[in-house]
Design a protein around this ligand. Structure first.
Ligand SMILES: [Zn+2]
Ligand SMILES: [Zn+2]
Length: 182
């Protein structure tokens, strides 16, 4: 068995995790499971910025790899940053094991407008597919609707779809076929 592990970091609503589990399984045509574990959040907290260091969290995420794990997606409410950026929606290791997404700036509420649960789910799904896409080896895509199009602002997330364009789709499953036939 090989699967994508969905790992909550801090409190995440179970319904949101189940939604991701179902949809990621369909998109990547692979089993998914929700796995709970603890993290040392204090060590990645920056009190000056009141944010959490994304790369440090990603390292913690990949230091625990149970049998059967192909990729790990960390999901958190925490506000993430890396030193060269004010914030991040997520981060991933290109062609690697780990991917990380934050819902913090995906909430309408964050921008002072009424919360929209459906929109939050859609944004989280897009960013999860995007970061896992990197972990499966995809780089950014210039096709506007493709989920691998890069997003700096939440409006840009809303403009793209939850799908890979044909080229990205081919690329991601080309590698997978080789993996299976080996
Ligand atoms: Zn990206
Ligand atoms: Zn694409």
């Amino acid at each position: 068995m090989s699967c994508i592990d969905i790992v909550p970091i801090g409190e995440i609503e179970e319904g949101l995790l189940l939604f991701l589990r179902q949809n990621l399984s369909q998109t990547f045509r692979i089993q998914t499971r929700i796995r709970h574990r603890s993290f040392d959040l204090a060590s990645v907290y920056d009190s000056m910025r009141n944010q959490y260091h994304s790369s440090g969290l990603l390292l913690q995420l990949i230091n625990d790899v149970p049998p059967g794990t192909l990729k790990i997606l960390g999901v958190t409410e925490l506000d993430l940053f890396i030193p060269i950026f004010t914030f991040l929606f997520g981060e991933a290791q290109l062609n690697g094991l780990g991917a990380l997404v934050s819902t913090h700036r995906l909430h309408n509420q964050f921008y002072g407008i009424p919360e929209n649960e459906e929109l939050l789910r859609e944004r989280l799904l897009k960013e999860s597919i995007h970061e896992l896409g990197h972990a499966f080896g995809l780089i950014h895509c210039f096709t506007l609707r493709c989920v691998m199009n890069s997003s700096t602002y939440v409006e840009e997330i809303d403009q793209k779809s939850t799908h890979f364009c044909n080229l990205c789709q081919q690329e991601i499953f080309k590698g997978r076929k080789e993996e299976i036939s080996r």
